[in-house]
Write a protein that binds this ligand. Sequence first.
Ligand code: TXE
Length: 449
Amino acid sequence: MTAVLNPATEEAIAEVPGATVEDADRAIEAARRAFPAWRTVAPPDRARLLRRLAGLVEEHGEELARLETRNVGKPIQDSRGEVAMVAEVFYFYAGAVDKHHGETIPVAAGVDLTFREPLGVVGLIVPWNFPIAIASWKLGPALACGNTVVLKPAELTPLTAIRLAELALDAGLPEGVLNVLPGSGSVVGQRLVEHPDVAKIGFTGSTEVGRSVMAGAAGTIKRVTLELGGKSANVVFADADLEAAAAAAPFAVFGNAGQDCCARSRILVERGAYDRFVQLLVQATTELRVGDPEDDATQMGPLISADQREKVSSYASGTVVFRGNTPADRGFWFPCTLVEARNEDRVAREEVFGPVAALIPFEDEDDAVRIANDTPYGLSGSIWTRDGARALRVARAVEAGVLSVNSNTSVRVSTPFGGFKQSGFGRELGMHALEGYSEVKNVYLATEG
Ligand code: TXE
């Protein structure tokens, strides 16, 4: 049994058994047995089941949001938004079931058809920062394509995934289609990666573990999609609406207490606007409400664990321009911190995964692109400017999978999400995600005697 903690109070809120290798094998076997029937469910019926699941998530929205907030320490308003997104994801993929078409291709002496076949049993391994949301991004397309799944939540945050599996049964998904297996990465995760009956791993987590997932999958030529770390740049040009950019920037890096793969944790500012922007940013950060995650007004909660706090604190050094306050009570609190840095510094190179932002000045457009790309990661980023042509030029030049102009939002249910470089590969969300959970089959029929 593992105690599950509330990061805001350090109190145990549940005890969850850690699955063994034998449990993993049993879950994979249950998914394998459920696959033939699930793949042949008529498309409108599969869509109906996913819609019912979406409806149950909506009905239980407040319950799921409270559970997520207590387990992750994230502000309740964020949890409500994420749970609403989970329902939207299942509605989207319910609608996608019969819109993921094959083709007919002109060929000589016959007819050529393609089919989108499900892969079989897929293993989904998710992290603790957006537990139910990231689980849904993988479950939606996996189930819509006709796969069965074994989902492994992160050790620290299994509660909403366990509840979601119950709701899936209530929605009428057959036994064995969606299996949730709480347990450790090195036991259950590793077994999913190596098991010959698992056709694919959909993974979100650290680049380091992603690397080992990729290596482990090689043994059985498993398909993998990897959504890994980030070190995204928020690029602010002097011609931007500085007030708007500064007002938005704290949420882009301190949202979810910085535990976000899309965190714009490098804030690049054109030198001519640097002093003014920093002044505005400090003001905006001061106003961020840090405190009890269950309070509707809270905008930032604690970190996930004592270990994470220790890791994050190792980055909060150098020239600190601002350090915020935190509650004095128990809980894994860490203050919003702004540091001036060079792009070579550790705080600007490594994923902090906490509320620490590096402020870096740049000289001109070329310099901004050079610094933005001088990182092994390539997940996300923002460009703030009033010059539309420049916005597009820079967006094309930045090596990242998800960019926004005059905004810091990265994630929408209907649009592709994923990284370049060591931020991983494969795309989640939108119709693009279906590619990662199906295989193209080509069939040629001779029509001439
Ligand atoms: O991630 P892990 P952790 C980054 C972030 C954070 C750091 C560590 O920088 O500080 O990673 O977090 C499972 N085989 N991100 O330790 O270990 C594990 O059980 C198979 C970025 O939580 O990568 C969990 O379910 N699976 C990130 C999942 O992998 C294994 C989100 C992620 O855990 C495994 C989270 C193994 N050998 C952390 N070892 C993002 N970019 O969103 C572990 N796991």
